[in-house]
Design a protein around this ligand. Structure first.
Ligand SMILES: [Fe+2]
Ligand SMILES: [Fe+2]
Length: 190
């Protein structure tokens, strides 16, 4: 019955392994482990954190055409910035796949949805995924970010959103409005 699907962690790992390149799969395993660590530190559900970690990039290797086809067929609402910068779409598409195929809860899907841009007033699970994605063990030279993440997840999140915004400016890319909203919210609340 629809709505009753709820895949176990090992089943999700298997699915992700079969749908991503080896490199992206290894990154996803790294994010799963790191999200579990952060969930322990910040007293969030470790099982949910690990599951969003392994699943977060499930749509990352879709081509532009595949992404556009998916959002059309599944009635996913997207904005202008996402249509121009189609790489951003893997958050929303990944969240939809996580709901329909893995049986994730709304909160878990939301974390996957916003891992590309950040969002205003993110849940702890969303913060954990965003930060785990940037501080998994496979990434090199990120001691500062990793330590900051272990000490203060809000400061780490702000730092990482700032870095992403700066990179987009350097590369002459658009900045998604949700990244600005995330930044303003953090500045106001931490
Ligand atoms: Fe991603
Ligand atoms: Fe990722």
């Amino acid at each position: 019955m629809k709505g009753d699907i709820k895949l176990q962690e090992n089943e999700i790992i298997e699915y992700v392994k079969n749908h991503l390149s080896e490199k992206r799969f290894n990154h996803s395993v790294g994010v799963m482990e790191r999200a579990g660590e952060l969930a322990k530190i910040y007293k969030e559900d470790v099982n949910s954190a690990r599951k969003v970690g392994i699943a977060h990039d499930i749509a990352k290797e879709f081509s532009k055409q595949e992404s556009l086809k998916y959002i059309k067929e599944n009635n996913i609402k997207v904005d202008k910035v996402e249509l121009i910068n189609t790489n951003l779409l893997h958050g929303k598409i990944g969240a939809d796949i996580a709901k329909k195929i893995f049986g994730f809860t709304g909160k878990m899907c939301e974390a996957i949805k916003v891992h590309t841009t950040g969002a205003e007033n993110m849940s702890m699970l969303s913060k954990i995924l965003y930060v785990a994605d940037k501080t998994e063990l496979g990434r090199k030279n990120i001691e500062y970010e990793r330590n900051l993440a272990d000490k203060d997840i809000n400061k780490a999140l702000l730092y990482m959103i700032d870095e992403t915004i700066k990179l987009n400016i350097d590369r002459n890319r658009q900045i998604h409005p949700d990244s600005i909203l995330a930044r303003n919210y953090l500045l106001e609340n931490i």
